[in-house]
Design a protein around this ligand. Structure first.
Ligand code: SAH
Ligand code: F3S
Length: 453
């Protein structure tokens, strides 16, 4: 009765929240299984950013509820963004749901499951279902425990929750609430613990990490709380690499640009969400910058690190985006020359300002624009990988590659590397001599001189 399977949809933040739920359930005596068929309880941690993500989870829940026919004790729960976004409407649509838990209540999951199970065993009144969607002050501080996977090399660390921006297309401020930061010391303690358990790389997470603590903690020596946090983490022994996602272009002031020059562990890979490369569309999206300002940021970062890697989020087919607007956007996208990008077809989100904007773009046209950007990305990404032929790249060895008997790891620029290695090299930084490059991966041999084995 205590085997739980958690399925996660969406972003890294969701993966991190699921880890927290798994860790707290394990502490409570539940066992976490990695196959839904072996589970007595299935929890879906959901995403609301685009309609497709919601439909997938709804479809899955519809399929899983059939398990109740064979096993009346089977429990099904929905957590996270879709739970928050759709609330009790979900119960109307899926009356078999036992548990609906919002984004500020992940830490309550063990209590709720205990209650459901006790009542099933006749030890309490049987709640038909539990719905827990309230806001909770301090809930950002509850995402802090790790499962402690053996040999874990890289870990996510949640530093803040919520977003106060109002991008016209985005549901996140509704699903995740207002910005709330964790204290610097608590984050530093968490990362120190991870380093002691062998983690070498941390990725700091938040919906808008560059706004971290901006209203709670002071600017010190011209440095924002986010940059202060980066500096403290850079000082932690054992941590070799720092990454973060997702920032906002607005957060790239001189202090953050200089952090790339001054903090050796901060990897030279910047995810800088563009959304559109046309000022008219940016304005309609309520994004507070122009493409000229964006280019200035890119140039200032390339000035401190000439080979800086860039990735982005961009939306095609935002309402009112004409062909000329799109061409302008595509041209700008090409001009930056991204190493990586997430291209999204605009998806209507109920309750956002863009929902009611005129001139929605037909699906086929969104499809076409999507393909145009993917083709541009393919070229620039391949060009970058080919430029690395013959160079030596530092790689953090993660483990066996999915296929074959090779190993995999990432360069500082977040390129995937594939090479021969063995288990003893997992978690180590090695030098890879690149001798083959495709759009997605770099191949070569690692230099073993100087590596601990
Ligand atoms: N800063 C947040 C952004 C969340 S949404 C974070 O990464 O945590 C991630 C990306 O999804 C956005 O940057 C945007 O490009 C895309 N997106 C958000 N709402 C969308 C919508 N309605 N349709 C299509 N793409 C969307
Ligand atoms: Fe969404 Fe814009 Fe915030 S994309 S998460 S409202 S910065």
């Amino acid at each position: 009765m205590n085997r739980v399977y958690i399925k996660t949809y969406g972003c890294q933040m969701n993966e991190r929240d699921s880890e927290q739920v798994a860790s707290s359930l394990r502490d409570r005596g539940y066992s976490i299984v990695d196959n839904e068929h072996d589970a007595d309880v299935v929890l879906l941690n959901t995403c609301s950013v685009r309609d497709q993500a919601e439909q997938k989870a709804i479809g899955k829940a519809g399929y899983l509820k059939k398990r109740k026919v064979e096993n009346p004790n089977f429990l099904l729960g929905v957590m996270g963004c879709m739970a928050q976004n759709r609330g009790s409407e979900l119960i109307d649509r899926l009356p078999d749901l036992d548990l609906v838990v919002g984004t500020q209540k992940f830490h309550r999951v063990p209590d709720h499951l205990d209650n459901l199970i006790q009542s099933m065993n006749g030890q309490g009144p049987r709640p038909s279902s539990i719905v827990d969607l309230a806001e909770e002050a301090g809930s950002q501080n509850t995402i802090r425990d790790h499962i402690g996977k053996q040999g874990q090399v890289s870990a996510y660390v949640s530093i803040m929750q919520g977003c106060n921006m109002n991008c016209a297309f985005c549901i996140v401020p509704k699903t995740r609430g207002r910005e709330r930061a964790r204290p610097i010391e608590e984050i530093v303690d968490e990362v120190t613990g991870l380093a002691e358990s062998g983690v070498k790389e941390v990725t700091l997470l938040g919906q808008i990490v560059t706004s971290y603590g901006r209203r709670d903690f002071p600017v010190v020596g011209g440095k924002s709380p986010f940059v202060q946090l980066l500096e403290k983490i850079n000082d932690i022994r054992g941590i070799e690499r720092i990454r973060f996602t997702s920032p906002h272009p607005r957060g790239f002031k001189q202090d953050l640009v200089e952090a790339y020059r001054d903090l050796p562990k901060l990897c030279e890979y910047v995810h800088l969400p563009l959304q559109a490369g046309c000022n008219k569309t940016l304005r309609a999206m309520n994004r507070p910058y122009t493409k000229e300002r964006y280019l200035e940021i890119v140039e200032s970062l390339r000035k401190v690190v000439p080979h800086m890697y860039f990735s982005t989020d961009i939306i095609v087919g935002f309402p009112g985006e004409t062909e000329e607007d799109f061409d302008e956007s595509a041209k700008f996208f090409e001009e930056i020359g991204y190493d990586m990008a997430y291209v999204f077809k605009y998806s209507i989100r109920t309750g956002t300002p863009a929902e009611v904007m005129p001139d929605q773009i037909p699906t086929e046209e969104k499809e076409r624009r999507n393909q145009v950007l993917l083709d541009i990305l393919h070229k620039s990404s391949l060009k970058r990988n080919e430029s690395l032929l013959g160079t030596t790249q530092q790689v953090l060895v993660e483990g066996p590659a999915k296929k074959g008997d090779k190993f995999t790891g990432k360069t500082r620029g977040f390129r995937t590397a594939i090479f021969d290695a063995d288990e003893r090299l997992i978690g180590q930084l090695v030098d890879l001599k690149v001798d083959r490059a495709t759009v997605s991966s770099l191949y070569g041999d690692i230099e073993l001189a100087g590596v601990e084995r």
